[in-house]
Design a protein. Structure first.
Length: 190
């Protein structure tokens, strides 16, 4: 099996690249944002099916491991796992799994509420709290409450989630009544 490929991006397609490793071009499906003619090294996961062999590439082993964890969930194949990883940042996804935030996971194309909840149920204990590093203790209830409060004010979840995670980690133990004004200041740039 191929473990890692290093080479030049020769072509960028819809969800895949052609990676030239020496004289051979490999078609690698990836959630990574890569640029044409750049030199990259990708960790490779090979998925063998009855009718195909596909290579999936990730810039880090952590990304590859997350992909493998996602594909263990029933109803989540490689295509859905790539859609999730291509839409939601890795730390945001891991936070959503840790805090039970199905709404964030459901923002990925092809992922409904039921699949998002299944991902949380099946992966929350597998991934364990130790793998989530947010720079402090997170009050698990504060993040979903802050996101809900900001969404009720008209902000889109994908636009505010990174900022909300940062505020919750910087203000451990703070409740939503203290976090909302901080978030609004952050959003307004003051």
């Amino acid at each position: 099996m191929i473990g890692k490929l290093q080479g030049v991006i020769d072509y960028i397609g819809d969800g895949f690249v052609i990676l030239m490793a020496g004289p051979v071009g490999y078609k690698v499906y990836t959630p990574e944002i890569l640029s044409l003619k750049s030199t990259v090294a990708l960790w490779i996961e090979t998925v063998v099916r009855e009718d195909s062999i596909r290579l999936f590439g990730f810039s880090s082993i952590a990304g590859q491991n997350l992909f493998n964890q996602l594909t263990t969930v029933s109803g989540v194949g490689p295509k859905v796992a790539l859609a999730i990883m291509g839409t939601i940042k890795t730390d945001t996804l891991m936070s959503a799994i840790a805090t039970g935030d199905a709404k964030t996971i459901a923002t990925a194309p092809g992922v409904g509420k039921k699949v998002a909840e299944k991902i949380i149920v099946e992966l929350k204990n597998k991934m364990g709290g130790a793998s989530f590093d947010f720079g402090g203790d997170i009050n698990a209830g504060a993040l979903p409450d802050l996101l809900a409060a900001l969404e009720s004010l008209g902000y889109r979840r994908m636009d505010i989630i990174d900022m909300a995670q940062k505020l919750v980690s910087q203000n451990p133990g703070a409740d939503v009544s203290k976090l909302v004004p901080l978030a609004l200041k952050e959003i307004s740039g003051k």
